[in-house]
Design a protein around this ligand. Structure first.
Ligand code: PRX
Length: 649
């Protein structure tokens, strides 16, 4: 049983200096659930408000009236909170350390420089006609301009929608249309692992799609100087427009409940959803979690290895750290280039104190053996963090022992795009660690486990993870589709936010996330809907039907396993498998690359025509002996055929 695993007690030296020790955590947590209004009124004071809020919490999870508002009569500006207010004390302190893909490329950007560049960009946005409430789509490499673009939008009250640079032109088009963006900010190319990714070409392709003519301008950062096409009147070089602007830009007063950003994520059905995050609650929550979960101390270098295209990058590269006046490191490249020791090399080069990464990265390094980190010492590290998927205890122990030299606590942080910030996690000075457990809830978070009927389960048990009351960082809606928001998160169980995750709670009240209970895959910490991949496949002429499931993968956590039924008369060749792989990569993006394609003469369906994914998951995992009851299938012989095919392929 996992409960018999190692427990790592809180280190005395960390507890002595931490923002919260065990007692403080217990007292603050209790207050946060007993008196959320008082608690959050007090902690919202960590921000500079242009109008201090009096109404603190006004939230309802009732499916007939899902309405979430925090600090609703307050006004503030996020860029002011992340930059201006630090200038007096930290003008010359580094705000962003940028480490390029090439180990010879690095830059330090002080808070003052960040202020000036962000203001220039904000003025440029205004010149392009962007104003408060407008949306801007960002499709950018991991370069400082990405953070500046987010902050420049925030400064003028515009709403950003960042699209991960690994997504396809179609994904960019969908998001430009979905958010009605008049402007796309991109770069000529991005560079990862020594290879160029043609971002501008992808934007050009995206903007040929029907409905994208809302987009009037494309602002292009010159990153590589690579060859690109140019559309006069629409395309503008970033430097030409931005460098000539004033370095002062009056910040907008933004309502606490005005949107800060839209971020698309996958669900179990339909196209990706654009979650709407707002201003006051989000910033309060990300700043506070960044301080307490990472026990961030003044002057430390904080490195979150995520991409700004994901929520982790939004909350813990940009907003949380900068709101706290931290030094945040942004890395353009990949952990394996030019060598597998790169992460350690960067830690030494920039004296990183806190390293926040993903289990998939840890497992990929672990596969190269203990010596993989030999090129670095990593003495500056004080704390490690993990996010994105469950971390298996073996990877946890390796992370602790090899990367952290056996001296850095690991905070395993469970949260979601929807939650805005970290929800369940140890606090380094307060929580004994159990490898593989995200441990205890953050302040104000009330997790619970329910059975499939929504009955609350007590004590040590396993069930569906729900959250019983609102917290300030939560998404408020799906952009332009509140009904879908209600349907997805608040209609499964009455008066609860349903996370989509399964979870176990042990006798110490520790939470152990077991993974998604819906049709969402988590591949290398990237979230994908099986339905999205299926609908891409069935759009191919050769494909009659497709079913996608996840299967256990040593490095990625989950791999993508696809069952394909071909149209009559189509030959099931290896060539076709390659073509389908390319098709999905082109349609969705390289992150959706199939790991296995299995030809399926038929798919296991109930008599009402529903595909029984449980069976497909078992076959994919090669657990063909434990298929359970197949008697409700319309044609049980399909299963034998699939098992046979699996063996023979
Ligand atoms: O299944 C959980 C898993 O990732 C999902 C959220 O994915 P996304 O919205 O892309 O956000 C990822 C980064 C916040 C969750 O529903 N997940 C995330 N963190 C953990 C995790 N599963 C287990 N342990 C974690 N620490």
């Amino acid at each position: 049983m996992s409960e018999q695993q190692n427990v790592y007690p809180v280190r005395d030296d960390i507890a002595a200096n931490a923002w919260a020790d065990e007692k403080t955590y217990a007292a603050m947590y209790q207050r946060s659930v007993d008196d959320p209004e008082g608690f959050w009124a007090e902690h919202a004071k960590r921000l500079d408000w242009m109008k201090v809020p009096n109404k603190i919490k006004n939230t309802s999870f009732d499916r007939n009236n899902v309405d979430i508002r925090w600090f609703e009569d307050g006004e503030l500006n996020v860029a002011v909170n992340c930059i201006d207010r630090h200038l007096e004390k930290r003008g010359e302190q580094t705000a962003i350390i940028w480490e390029g893909d090439d180990p010879n490329d690095a830059k330090h950007i002080s808070y003052r420089e960040l202020y000036e560049h962000t203001n220039q960009l904000a003025n440029a946005l205004k010149e392009l006609g962007v104003s408060k409430g407008d949306t801007v789509t960002l499709y950018m490499p991991m370069i400082p301009e990405a953070a500046m673009a987010m902050l420049a939008c925030a400064r003028i009250g515009a709403v950003h929608s960042v699209v991960f640079g690994g997504f396809s032109p179609d994904a960019v088009a969908q998001r430009v249309i979905g958010a009605n963006s008049t402007l796309v900010i991109t770069a000529d190319e991005s560079v990862r692992g020594g290879k160029q990714v043609p971002l501008k070409d992808n934007v050009d392709a995206a903007l040929t799609r029907d409905g994208t003519d809302v987009c009037k301008n494309v602002l292009v950062v010159k990153r590589t100087g690579g060859d690109i096409d140019w559309k006069e009147g629409r395309d503008l070089w970033f430097a030409d427009l931005v460098d000539k602007q004033s370095t002062e830009c009056e910040p907008e007063a933004v309502g606490a409940e005005d949107p800060l950003f839209i971020l698309y994520t996958s669900g179990s059905t339909g196209a990706p959803k654009g979650l709407k995050h707002t201003t006051g609650g989000y910033l309060t929550y990300t700043a506070m979690t960044h301080q307490y979960v990472f026990d961030y101390q003044d002057g430390e270098v904080f490195w979150c290895t995520a991409d700004v295209g994901w929520v982790t990058g939004h909350s813990y590269i940009v907003y949380g750290p900068l709101a706290n006046g931290a030094t945040t490191l942004m890395f353009e490249g990949v952990p394996s280039y030019p060598s597998h020791g790169r992460i350690g090399d960067i830690v030494d080069k920039h004296n990183v104190n806190i390293l926040y990464t993903a289990p998939t990265a840890v497992r990929a390094l672990m596969a190269h053996g203990d010596n993989v980190m030999d090129s670095s010492k990593r003495d500056s590290l004080r704390l490690l963090g993990s996010v994105g998927e469950p971390i298996n205890p073996e990877a946890w122990e390796w992370f602790y022992r090899v990367i952290g030299n056996g001296k850095c606590p690991i905070v395993d942080t469970w949260w979601q795009t929807e939650t805005g910030g970290i929800m369940i996690s140890p606090l380094p000075g307060a929580t004994p660690l159990k490898p593989g457990s995200a441990t205890k809830p953050f302040f104000g978070v009330q997790p619970a486990l329910v059975d499939n009927e929504g009955n609350l389960l007590e004590g040590a048990t396993e069930g569906n993870l729900v959250i019983l009351d609102s917290w300030p960082g939560q998404a408020r809606s799906i952009w332009d589709d509140h009904d879908r928001f209600v349907q997805t998160y608040f209609s499964t169980y009455d008066n609860m936010y349903f996370t989509g995750d399964g979870c176990r709670r042990d006798e110490d009240g520790y939470y152990w996330i077991t993974g998604r209970v819906d049709d969402v895959l988590n591949v290398s910490g990237h979230r994908m809907g099986t339905a999205e991949i299926e609908s891409s496949l069935v759009a191919h002429d050769a494909v009659a039907e497709a079913a996608v499931v996840g299967y256990p993968h040593d490095i990625k956590g989950q791999g993508i396993y696809i069952y394909v039924t071909l149209n009559d008369g189509i030959d099931p060749t290896d060539e076709l498998k390659k073509e389908l792989t390319k098709w999905v990569r082109k349609d969705i993006g390289p992150i959706a690359s199939p790991d296995v394609i299995q030809w399926a003469p038929g798919l296991p369906k109930t008599r009402s025509g529903k595909i029984m994914r449980r069976i497909l998951r078992k076959i994919a995992a090669n657990e063909c002996d434990g298929l359970g009851d197949t008697s409700t299938l319309a044609d049980p012989s399909v299963v034998d055929e699939l098992i046979e095919q699996r063996v023979n392929q």
